[in-house]
Design a protein around this ligand. Structure first.
Ligand code: HEC
Ligand code: HEC
Length: 291
């Protein structure tokens, strides 16, 4: 009985100390930010009630977008190699084949209308500097809806985590540990160009799953300004599913042993419980003989 009382007293003080201090320290070190919002209600996106016509959208995309963007799934290869388009635009414009799959439709519409505003990077484009992609807010809402419908119609239904990451992030970021052989996971845009465009070289993301939490990554991708006010990184308006795939890829690359570690936890706790039981039985036996 005495041991149990001692145990309760120790457990109480340890618990009070831990739970009293830890949440407090947490609020001081990590400021609270709102959870990611995947409906992108704040953007000026698709007009309600309009249904896009993919066929009309195809013509519009061909006449407006393929000068800068490849749409390889629809038979439009890039007009320039990566080095030349990086030199022209500061960053290699992404292939649009998968945009309809990756981006939230409402966000995609808003981005087409006004890229800097939708991606929350207007602060970068002052004093005459403009976003390398022109605004299409002069187009009819119906035309915007048509282009979104077209981009959704050509997109593949299934993409691997690596493909999603490559489409959404690799024009700016390397993730070198993703592929040692051949180095295909190196940023598509040469460092000198991206530095001139962004003001800084976007970090290699190989280990970010470890240095930042999964939560942080979701919040950051969905709206970087929440964590790093004034940052040059644009908001990437991914759907929840695509964003989960990006983070899953960063997990595969940066922390491939996590599933193993997670599986080991319950087994280890089970071992401790059984061990404690035996220790207690052994102790009782010895004391029984002493009394
Ligand atoms: C003059 C070149 C140019 C034209 C024309 C252009 N874009 Fe872009 N686009 C870019 C560049 C450059 C980027 C990358 C910008 C960045 O990452 O900061 C981009 C990015 C994008 C993205 C990625 C959005 C994101 O959040 O990552 C989409 C989608 C897109 N463009 C769609 C379109 C569509 C649709 C059209 C035609 C209506 C179009 N673009 C016309 C240059 C262009
Ligand atoms: C148009 C270029 C661009 C794109 C696209 C882009 N990033 Fe970034 N990213 C940056 C830049 C620039 C920084 C450095 C920001 C700074 O230091 O202010 C950055 C920083 C980061 C950081 C570090 C944040 C921190 O806390 O220090 C993470 C994590 C990140 N990006 C993840 C992503 C992921 C994941 C994607 C794809 C979904 C992505 N980025 C797409 C340009 C980009």
């Amino acid at each position: 009985m005495r041991e149990i009382k001692i145990f309760i007293v120790i457990a109480f003080f340890t618990g009070a100390l831990y739970y009293g201090v830890e949440p407090f320290a947490h609020t001081q070190l990590h400021k609270h930010v709102d959870a990611p919002e995947y409906n992108f209600k704040d953007v000026d996106g698709l007009k309600e009630g309009l249904t896009g016509n993919a066929e009309a959208g195809a013509t519009l995309v061909q006449s407006n977008c393929i000068v800068c963007h490849a749409v390889s799934k629809a038979g439009f290869p890039p007009m320039m190699d990566d080095a030349s388009s990086a030199a022209s635009y500061g960053v290699v414009p992404p292939d649009l084949s998968c945009s309809g799959h990756l981006y939230d439709a409402n966000y995609l519409a808003a981005f087409i209308k006004n890229p800097a505003k939708a991606s929350k990077t207007e602060h970068k484009f002052t004093d005459g500097a403009v976003h390398p992609m022109p605004n299409y807010d002069w187009m009819q809402p119906q035309e915007i809806a048509d282009m979104v419908a077209y981009l959704q119609s050509i997109c593949p239904k299934e993409m691997t985590n690596k493909e999603v990451f490559a489409q959404a992030c690799k024009r700016c970021h390397s993730i070198k540990y993703g592929d040692f052989h051949g180095g295909t996971m190196i940023s598509q845009t040469p460092e000198a160009n991206i530095k001139a465009y962004m003001g800084t070289i976007p970090p290699d993301l190989s280990q970010y799953i470890r240095s930042r939490s999964e939560n942080y990554l979701h919040e950051f991708i969905n709206d970087p300004q929440k964590h790093l006010e004034g940052t040059a990184m644009p908001r990437v308006g991914l759907t929840k599913a695509a964003e989960d795939q990006v983070v899953a890829y960063m997990q595969e690359v940066g922390d491939s042993k996590k599933p193993e570690r997670d599986a080991l936890g319950p087994k280890f706790l089970g071992y401790l419980v059984i061990f404690a039981l035996f220790a207690w039985l052994w102790k009782s036996k010895i004391w029984r003989e002493v009394h």
